[in-house]
Ligand binder design. Structure first.
Ligand code: SAM
Length: 340
């Protein structure tokens, strides 16, 4: 049974954050010195995630992306992939990772049924990588991408958050490197999500700015048709190279958004910018039946009218979404808890 929200958007795509922990500290996502972590006892077991996934599947979800935090820091992740890959209703199973641990896990993940991998890569310069993430892990990330390419996933993609004065001079070199790997790269506008406490409008390189930097080097860029609810607009260079731009900040795509997010402790967010999530762990652990969970989910989705990114765009004064004191009171406001 497929259901739609108040704006006619189906429930199609579920992002499951498997942990709030991360082994990097990217300046645009986790810039603080200390974090409040989710209590371990609250973290959903794989069987619980699998059971909730089936309920989501019964309401129309057919694509799942595993994320975090850093999903590969979750112990035994291939077992969860195996559980999910066996779901007959699932059309697409993907993962977003920073790539640090990918070299070790790529083959096993492919073998148990992960379809696609997206690796976040913001720079090719070791010094800059260390400054941006606080860890000296660029060589491992690059080896991780190579291992993913060798493992033969249906697709390996790269995600690059472009920040003025940080890495906006690397758009072309990243595109070239992606081409060498046969990976499609998507350039993401810097977003004012929870966690991005250093965000400012001036640091956003817009979709137009990104395209200008690319056309200055490659000449004409062809715009490709949009693909359903996919967040990236896709473009083609004269030599056939395809790349994407995710303009969540300057040209949000709320109208086509069929995504929702499940946190590692079982809160369900209907919008990346939502103030609150719906607790699914409570009813799940209290013994709710599948039918009861389904009623709970369907009831919430039918009332969904969120257009978080579009509402942010309408603001005259725009600054970080949440200040540090509030983030520390509620880790669920963080991007690394909700999953990117
Ligand atoms: N650890 C994994 C990774 O690095 O890909 C998955 C989690 S991370 C939160 C998911 C995605 O969110 C990454 O591609 C990251 O670049 C993106 N992200 C985090 N903060 C962002 C921000 N302020 N603006 C745009 N993208 C952001």
């Amino acid at each position: 049974m497929a259901i739609t929200d108040r704006l006619g958007r189906p429930l199609g795509n579920l992002r499951i954050s498997v942990t709030d922990r991360c082994n990097l500290r990217c300046a645009y996502c986790m810039p603080e010195r200390d974090y409040v972590w989710l209590p371990r006892a609250d973290i959903l077991h794989f069987e619980e995630i699998g059971r909730l996934a089936d309920v989501f599947g019964s309401l129309g979800v057919d694509r799942i992306r595993l994320t975090g935090g850093e999903p590969l820091t979750r112990q035994d992740l291939p077992r969860l992939v195996q559980i999910l890959a066996g779901k007959p209703w699932l059309r697409d199973l993907a993962m977003t990772t920073n790539g640090v641990l990918l070299e070790t896990h790529a083959r096993a993940l492919r073998d148990v049924g992960l379809h696609r991998v997206t690796v976040s890569l913001d720079t090719l310069r070791p010094e800059r990588f260390r400054e941006l993430t606080r860890f000296d892990e660029l060589p491992r990330v690059l080896r991780g991408i190579e291992a993913a390419v060798r493992a033969g996933f249906a697709a390996v993609k790269l995600d690059t958050v472009v920040i003025r004065g940080v890495n906006d001079d690397e758009v072309v070199s990243l595109l070239e490197r992606a081409k060498g790997w046969g990976a499609e790269i998507r350039f993401i506008e810097y977003m004012d999500v929870g966690g991005a406490t250093h965000w400012s409008r001036e640091r956003v390189v817009s979709r137009q700015g990104i395209l200008r930097a690319i056309s200055d080097t490659y000449g004409q860029i062809e715009t490709l048709p949009t693909q359903g609810s996919a967040p990236a607009e896709r473009f083609r260079l004269a030599d056939g190279t395809i790349f994407g731009v995710i303009a969540s900040t300057t040209a949000p795509f709320c109208q086509a958004c069929d995504r929702s997010r499940l946190t590692a402790d079982g809160l369900w967010y209907l919008c990346l910018y939502a103030a609150r999530g719906l607790d699914l762990r409570g009813p799940l652990r209290a013994g709710a039946s599948d039918e009861e969970l389904k009623t709970l989910l369907a009831g919430a989705w039918k009332f969904r009218a969120d257009r978080g990114a579009e509402e942010r765009l309408g603001l005259r004064e725009r600054s970080p979404l949440v200040d540090v004191a509030d983030l520390q009171k509620d880790p669920h406001l963080e991007m690394h808890t909700r999953g990117g």
